[in-house]
Design a protein around this ligand. Structure first.
Ligand SMILES: [Cu+2]
Length: 142
């Protein structure tokens, strides 16, 4: 009987509720910080004109790949450096379900505190500037 109780307790511990997904807030305490900027790689105002003609305007997130730790609240701030271009940010989970979609106005700073509860690769995109303006958040073990 005692043995059965111990096994039951162990099973309960293994099935203790654990939060899945990602918590996204606009503010809060964070123990890590990442700053992501938007970069004009080839744009109509400054060229190179031949590149814009061939590829269209090309923008990128910088950094476009970064790592965060699972269960660690991480402040992620976006600076849209373009004075006259809007960007957006669509974050998905590893199964491509959309977790967040938001816009960044020209010359804006936008901050989130994100806490990922599952390890994996989380793709993100600016849907206005595909395919170049894309990236990934890699969630690693704590
Ligand atoms: Cu963009």
């Amino acid at each position: 009987m005692k043995r059965l109780l111990v096994i039951s307790a162990l099973l309960l511990a293994c099935h203790a509720p654990r939060q899945h997904g990602v918590a996204i807030a606009r503010a809060g305490k964070a123990s890590a910080r990442v700053l992501v900027t938007t970069v004009g790689v080839a744009i109509k105002e400054t060229g190179p004109a031949e590149t814009v003609k061939q590829f269209g305007e090309v923008y990128a997130f910088s950094p476009e790949v970064f790592a965060v730790r699972r269960d660690q609240p991480t402040q992620i701030t976006f600076w849209n450096l373009q004075p006259d271009d809007e960007h957006d940010f669509m974050l998905t989970d590893p199964q491509n379900h959309v977790l967040l979609q938001t816009k960044f106005a020209p010359l804006s700073k936008t901050t989130f505190v994100m806490t990922f509860h599952d390890e994996g690769v989380y793709p993100f995109y600016c849907t206005m500037h595909q395919p170049a303006m894309s990236g990934q958040i890699i969630v690693t073990e704590p």
